[in-house]
Write a protein that binds this ligand. Structure first.
Ligand SMILES: NC(=O)c1ccc[n+]([C@@H]2O[C@H](COP(=O)([O-])OP(=O)(O)OC[C@H]3O[C@@H](n4cnc5c(N)ncnc54)[C@H](O)[C@@H]3O)[C@@H](O)[C@H]2O)c1
Ligand SMILES: O=C(O)C(=O)C[C@@H](O)[C@H](O)[C@H](O)COP(=O)(O)O
Ligand SMILES: [Zn+2]
Length: 383
């Protein structure tokens, strides 16, 4: 896919643009950006009040720098702090966030700033979409996952007892500031989880990037230029797809590789610390490749190569890697039936003809999915 040209500015900062007409916005990537947040945001909304939605872990480490930077630029910050973790993508916490933003008198010309991982980004973005029928928001992603995926593209929302991300809105940010320095405080398990979404871009349509990751993943984990390159390549891929297909009427669905199985497993594990989103996506991608191989669509060797790389970085690749109980196969099929790609009851999966050759498969036979899941649960007769 053609990628937007990345501009590398003198100070190690890479800038990309998500082209969406008068709702276009910049993604700025590099170290030290938290301290520049005030100046960069004030250039867009001088004097604004800024409701900073963040979680307790991120607040302890990084909120002070952001507040100081906003105040120095003449902005007026008010923090709204939620508990860390997927369970915060709920009606109860959404209500708490909206109350906090209203109490801070965030008005239509003001801003919501999401400071945190994908949970905070999805929650704060949805709150911004609903508050006073829509206020602007800025994404300041602090996890690898949020920097490479969730902060870009405007999907916002919360979970339901019926499944993952089932309530939400498309609401694009006006700016994304990805400070790569803050990843130094991210726990390793969370970094790995985000890495699954990085590998996803290679598996979708960029085989050379996947090969590069196979060689360079240790450098990406270690920090430095390889990490920034991986983040910028991921954002460029996502920006290109979102610019073409903002509301997922076509090929944006490719970004859902691994998510049909993955979301069902996440919901099945109760949106808990037993299974992080990126871990679920890693299992889901390995399954999408194994299912493709079982259907004769892709070479079993490609499915093995995908699983081998994910395992090498320490990610799970099988249902058996998830600790604790899960719903039975019928239960998982019920969760899959709530996937947002389902149309008039027909299942859609992202399958693959090989690494970097993913495609949208509509009307996938539920009986084939069911027997595949049975085999997977029994230990897997597949590669
Ligand atoms: N909207 C989208 O397009 C999109 C894309 C991918 C994923 N998502 C969503 O993103 C969520 C997962 O995001 P996530 O993996 O960032 O999880 P998360 O938001 O729960 O963050 C991971 C953990 O790391 C902590 N943390 C974050 N940044 C930190 C830092 N710099 N230092 C120390 N701790 C830090 C958080 O407090 C949390 O405990 C899921 O809900 C998923 O559905 C959305
Ligand atoms: O941005 C997208 O489009 C994606 O599918 C990115 C996914 O990584 C992300 O997890 C997204 O939230 C899933 O979307 P959903 O529509 O399946 O809930
Ligand atoms: Zn995802």
């Amino acid at each position: 896919m053609p990628l937007p040209a990345a501009t590398t500015l003198p100070s190690d900062v890479t800038q990309l643009r998500v082209g969406l007409g008068d709702r276009s916005y910049d993604i700025v990537i590099g170290p030290g950006l938290l301290a520049q947040a005030g100046a960069r945001i004030a250039a867009l909304r001088p004097g604004a009040r800024v409701g900073i939605v963040t979680d307790r872990n991120v607040a302890e480490r990084h909120l002070g720098t952001v507040e100081e930077s906003l105040r120095a630029a003449g902005l007026v910050p008010t923090p709204v702090i939620v508990e860390p973790g997927e369970k915060s993508k709920s009606f109860a916490v959404l209500e708490q966030v909206l109350d906090g933003l209203l109490a801070a008198r965030i008005e239509r010309r003001d801003l919501v700033l999401a400071l945190g991982g994908g949970v905070v980004g999805d929650l704060a973005g949805f709150a911004a979409a609903a508050l006073r029928r829509g206020v602007d928001f800025v994404q300041v992603p602090t996890s690898l996952l949020a920097q490479v995926d969730s902060s870009v593209g405007g999907k916002t929302g919360i979970n339901s007892r019926h499944g993952k991300n089932l309530i939400g809105a498309f609401h694009q940010p006006i700016l994304v500031l990805a400070d790569t320095g803050v990843l130094d405080t991210l726990p390793l398990r969370e970094f790995r989880s985000g890495y699954a979404e990085v590998a996803k871009y290679g598996l979708i349509d960029n085989a050379p990037f996947f090969t590069w990751l196979e060689r360079k993943w240790q450098d990406v984990f270690g920090g430095g230029p390889a990490r920034i390159e991986a983040i910028a390549t991921s954002c460029a891929s996502k920006a290109a797809v979102v610019s073409r297909d903002e509301k997922e009427t076509g090929d944006r669905a490719l970004l859902n590789l691994g998510h049909t199985f993955g979301h069902a497993l996440e919901a099945g594990a109760g949106f808990s610390q037993r299974l992080l989103h990126g871990e679920a996506v890693a299992i889901g991608m390995a399954q999408a490749f194994r299912f493709s191989a079982a259907q004769g669509l892709c070479a079993p060797a490609d499915a093995e190569r995908v699983a081998a790389h994910l395992k090498a970085v320490g990610l799970p690749t099988r249902i058996a890697d998830i600790p604790g109980e899960l719903p039975d196969t019928d239960g998982l099929m019920d969760l899959i039936a709530q996937d947002k790609k389902v149309s008039r009851g027909a299942l859609t999966f992202i399958l693959a003809r090989g690494i970097g050759q993913s495609f949208i498969a509509r009307d996938v036979d539920p009986a084939a999915v069911r027997s595949f899941l049975e085999a997977e649960r029994a230990g897997g007769a597949h590669p």
